[in-house]
Design a protein around this ligand. Structure first.
Ligand SMILES: [Ca+2]
Length: 275
């Protein structure tokens, strides 16, 4: 065991869908025929990490955050101001139990660039639905501002929505394997194309809302995975997506599903101004 449990809960049990990390099977949608929300599939590869990506150039993603929860590796996030981080609603924990880690590359070494900052507040989007993993979006406030420097920089948020065929980059310290668990020491990156809405809906019938989009590879093999949840999907230098969920990781026909940041543009401004 790597001694951490980044994205630890593989819980796809019906009682706790909100704690699934990227790679968790989405509950059967509102139109589910069985009425049994989690009855769908047995082979749940819950690995939530970047699969078949590459080691990011050191500090090339200076907005990348990871959270520890009571000392254990947990989710990813994106720094958008010195005080605020965007993550996924399913990554919510009591703020006092969360520490934000900034300026990281190799999590096993003290590199002199790290900042570990206590979380003060965490706000799930008010329409977040853990059952459907809809509106999987959260704003996290640091107890003190991050020191902005070469290693720690915010990412602009996208005001437009993602478009099919755009090339984007997803990053994180999530699981490296489609089966089993192996967490990387160094931050991993993966280039992914945004897929069409129709393709996304074909992969996940009745499960894709207007607040989600797919990115990745229908042929499988490359994907984000457990532990990457909440982390960034960057297109053209702006934050377009938040790692949210998928069936397994890197499985043929099941690309990664991301929360659309554009939907929350006004809410983000409001939260920053008023909370
Ligand atoms: Ca380090």
């Amino acid at each position: 065991m790597p001694g951490s449990k980044e994205g630890s809960p593989n819980q796809v049990s019906g009682s706790n869908p909100g704690h699934c990390q990227r790679g968790c099977l989405r509950p059967a949608g509102p139109m589910g025929t069985s009425g049994v929300p989690f009855a769908v599939a047995a082979p749940l590869d819950d690995d939530d990490k970047i699969i078949n990506g590459y080691e990011c150039p050191r500090h090339s993603q200076p907005w990348q955050v990871y959270f520890t929860y009571s000392g254990n590796r947990w989710c990813g996030g994106s720094l958008i101001t010195a005080r605020w981080i965007i993550s996924a609603a399913h990554c919510y924990k009591q703020p006092k139990t969360l520490i934000a880690h900034l300026g990281e590359h190799d999590t096993t070494k003290e590199e002199g660039s790290e900042q570990h900052i206590q979380v003060e507040k965490a706000y799930q989007y008010f329409h977040y639905n853990a059952y459907y993993i809809d509106h999987d979006f959260m704003m996290v406030k640091l107890a003190e501002p991050a020191q902005l420097n070469h290693y720690v920089q915010p990412i602009p948020i996208a005001s437009s929505c993602p478009t099919e065929g755009s090339w984007c980059l997803v990053s994180g310290w999530g699981n490296l394997k489609t089966s089993g668990v192996q967490y990387p020491d160094n931050l991993q990156c993966l280039d992914v194309p945004v897929l069409s809405t129709s393709s996304c809906e074909s992969s996940y019938p009745n499960k894709i809302t207007n607040n989600m989009f797919c990115a990745g590879y229908l042929e499988g093999g490359k994907d984000s995975c457990k532990g990457d949840s909440g982390g960034p999907l960057i297109c053209n230098g702006e934050l377009y997506g938040v790692v949210s969920w998928g069936q397994g990781c890197a499985q043929t026909g099941y690309p990664g599903v991301y929360t659309k940041v554009c939907i929350y543009y006004d809410w983000i401004k409001n939260v920053i101004d008023n909370y």
